[in-house]
Design a binder for this molecule. Structure first.
Ligand SMILES: [Zn+2]
Length: 295
């Protein structure tokens, strides 16, 4: 059962996560830098091997590029973000941007099950499939596929042809879910020590951040307003916008918990995978009755 208390995850010394694998599943390039970059940088620096799985091709997100140019620019930006965050490899599934909900859910799920087994993923980070008021179909379609794939990847009879190819059943046991709006939060990660690297990752999402910034400029212009830094070059505009929006957001979250900067999640850990109908009674029975297996 999911407890409703809040756990503060602080940095730990050394490499306690060595041998563990995480995958960040983002429908879009900027999802990797905005929501969990601090946590991912922290976990990788503590020993995790990290992968990105980018579900769409980001064809809809630029300010003044053609659709083809937009795909290439965002593909390159994602590689740059991954490199800054210490991620080993990016897998681009390349479904069409804003239309993920027209792809059969089982197709996305099966591709994720394959990758979870191939990479032996222990931990995922992605959109909360139970987050509320999410209007982007890519976000909720991907989230639901991730949730199901984490569970089904452990199935002996699910996609058995994988085992003929040398893979083994492998369930994902740890999940950090983020949401853009309302969700149940039970994990706060202190990212103060890695915030400047997160800022660097955000600035590397230059195509999408520039789009956000210049849309703000255009909206202000309709009210006959502007900001002084809108007359600067693109890299200055991106830097100022990242500080204005994303640094401030993580600072505000941190302040609520006595931290300089933080990211928040609905976290589901290894002890919370089973149904609430079985955990409490099963744990007690096993503690009282399980005996060493003779070899
Ligand atoms: Zn997104």
């Amino acid at each position: 059962m999911i407890a409703n208390k809040i756990d503060i995850e602080e940095p730990v010394a050394g490499k306690p996560h060595t041998g563990k694998v995480l995958a960040v599943i983002g429908p879009h390039s900027d999802d990797f830098s905005i929501f969990a970059a601090g946590t991912v940088i922290k976990l990788i620096s503590e020993g995790y091997t990290g992968y990105f799985i980018r579900v769409t091709n980001d064809e809809m997100d630029s300010y003044d590029l053609s659709m083809g140019e937009t795909v290439l620019a965002n593909e390159r930006d994602t590689q740059a973000v991954a490199s800054i965050m210490g991620v080993k490899k990016v897998f681009d599934l390349n479904y069409r941007n804003h239309y993920l909900d027209e792809v059969p859910p089982t197709e996305i799920r099966n591709r994720l099950i394959f990758l979870f087994r191939l990479l032996q993923v222990d931990t995922v980070l992605g959109f909360d499939p139970w987050g509320h008021y999410e209007e982007n179909p890519d976000h909720y379609a991907a989230a639901q596929a991730v949730e199901a794939a984490c569970w089904m990847a452990s199935g002996r009879l699910d996609l058995p042809e994988h085992f003929e190819a040398g893979l083994t059943p492998h369930g994902v046991t740890e999940k950090y879910y983020w949401a853009r709006r309302s969700q149940m939060i039970n994990k706060v990660v202190d990212i103060s020590g890695v915030m400047e690297r997160k800022i660097e990752a955000l600035q590397a999402n230059k195509t999408q951040i520039r789009n956000m910034a210049l849309q703000l400029r255009d909206n202000l212009a309709k009210r006959n307003l502007t900001l002084p830094w809108f007359s600067a070059d693109d890299s200055t505009i991106i830097k100022e916008y990242v500080d204005l929006v994303f640094r401030t957001a993580d600072q505000r979250i941190g302040q609520q918990y006595g931290l300089d900067y933080a990211e928040v999640f609905h976290y589901i850990g290894p002890g919370e995978q089973s149904s609430k109908l079985t955990t409490s009674s099963m744990d007690q029975y096993l503690a009282e009755n399980a005996i060493p297996l003779k070899k």
